[in-house]
Ligand binder design. Structure first.
Ligand SMILES: Cc1cc2nc3c(=O)[nH]c(=O)nc-3n(C[C@H](O)[C@H](O)[C@H](O)COP(=O)(O)OP(=O)(O)OC[C@H]3O[C@@H](n4cnc5c(N)ncnc54)[C@H](O)[C@@H]3O)c2cc1C
Length: 382
């Protein structure tokens, strides 16, 4: 069998490795448009449950990644000058995106796979020779575009704007900071992912951008505004750029998951919003599900792709629902920021609808015991 994997991100690399290990005789080509060592963004997170699933699917990969991760169970939620310090029951792991990809590529090489860097797939002709085409080419998937309208793509462009920066320092603890400032409402979300590095996602709401003039600033001025407003959190460090453009999030989802022998996984299928911090794990879980589904059906492509949808869609649907609730919470941040910091934190923690007060108790015990107990109106749902 000849397999084309389009995209050398987490989804594509994991799928390629899994299928090649399972069926070494298959020819698996991986096409990646970027050169070696080039990627966007900084660090990404992988929660405990996601790492457990990865361990089950690929223990060597799990162990290799874990060695390079920074683990953390603390997060401050800051609303203007008030703070709630959270201690989660489980530790989240974070890793540089580039490290993650390089390690995955090395493990792919160990099973005989070579990523063809600098190869962008443009046309259907590029894919004609393959029995299976896996579109793992991210949020702006070309595989999806080439086969439109077969995937029944839906787009929803959000009003908030964001840019992904880094900081050359491990900021401790991780934090989410919401501030009403002279520029408007600014949000900083940062977490360390290596001994000397942190991811810093900067965000503002639509009103700040459109009506309060943030749109009229240059990118350099916006960066300077964040450095100024969050100077106390940044310890005077500047923000580091890596393709850090300010943009609106395009929430793209597909009604169909495959067409003929072409199938989508990861962000190409349904883009994950950064506010649920799960894009990498969803991409990897898709890869695992696709490989499992094909294995179940002795690699009969038509049956296997239908099985992939059957296996994976229920969980994906739940995450999509949670994602929508999460980004809608941020879209409406002006309203949330009128709350007291404790009510605000509880609202934030339960925004996806997946965590009720009972789950909150086991998820973030210190918040439940310390803060909610002090506010009976909140703990009784008032
Ligand atoms: C600001 C921000 C913060 C984030 N934070 C987190 C986080 O903390 N945790 C987390 O899990 N996720 C996070 N994510 C999301 C995460 O980065 C993605 O969800 C994840 O990388 C999706 O993996 P993927 O393999 O599907 O796609 P990608 O990682 O996007 O990989 C797709 C690859 O395909 C390549 N490609 C595209 N088109 C072609 C083509 N035509 N031919 C050849 N190659 C092509 C691209 O160059 C790319 O390397 C964040 C995203 C953003 C924007």
């Amino acid at each position: 069998m000849k397999v084309a994997v389009i995209g050398g991100g987490p989804a594509g690399l994991l799928f390629a490795r899994l299928i090649k290990r399972r069926a070494p005789a298959y020819a698996v080509d991986i096409f990646e448009q970027n050169p070696v060592d080039a990627t966007y963004g900084f660090g990404v997170t992988l929660a405990g449950a996601a790492r457990d699933r990865l361990r089950k699917a690929d223990e060597a990969l799990h162990d290799t990644l874990a060695e390079c991760m920074v683990f953390n169970d603390e997060q401050d939620i800051v609303l203007n000058d008030r703070k709630v310090s959270l201690k989660y029951a489980a530790k989240g792991g974070a890793i540089a995106r580039l490290t993650l990809l390089n390690l995955m590529e090395q493990l792919c090489a160990e099973c005989g796979l070579v990523v063809q860097h600098g190869r962008r797939i443009e046309s259907r002709d590029d894919l004609a020779a393959y029995d299976l085409v896996v579109g793992a080419d991210g949020a702006n998937s070309q595989v999806r575009t080439l086969l439109e309208p077969k995937f029944r793509v839906q787009n929803r462009v959000l009003h908030n704007r964001f840019a992904w920066y880094g900081v050359a320092k491990a900021l401790k603890p991780n934090a989410l900071v919401f501030r009403d400032t002279r520029f408007g409402r600014l949000v900083a979300h940062y977490y360390s992912y290596a001994p000397g590095m942190s991811t810093f996602v900067a965000e503002c709401d639509g009103e700040t951008w459109n009506e309060r003039g943030f749109s009229r600033l240059s990118d350099d001025e916006r960066k300077a505004a964040f450095e100024d407003v969050f100077a106390d959190m940044l310890d005077g460090q500047p923000l580091v750029e890596n393709k850090s453009v300010w943009r609106r999030f395009n929430f793209t989802t597909c009604g169909e998951w495959f067409h003929g022998n072409a199938v989508l996984i990861g962000d190409a299928l349904r883009v994950a919003h950064f506010s649920i911090g799960s894009g990498t794990r969803l991409a990897m879980d898709d890869a695992v599900a696709l490989n499992d589904a094909l294995a179940d059906c002795a690699d009969d492509i038509a049956v296997g792709l239908a099985r992939y949808v059957e296996l994976r869609k229920p969980t994906r649907d739940l995450f999509t629902e949670a994602t929508v609730k999460s980004f809608e919470w941020y879209e409406d941040i002006g309203k949330q920021m009128e709350l007291d910091v404790v009510a605000f934190t509880r609202d934030f923690l339960t925004r996806t609808g997946r965590i009720d007060d009972e789950r909150l108790r086991s998820y973030v015990p210190n918040f439940y015991d310390t803060y909610m107990a002090a506010f009976p109106a909140i703990s009784s749902g008032g």
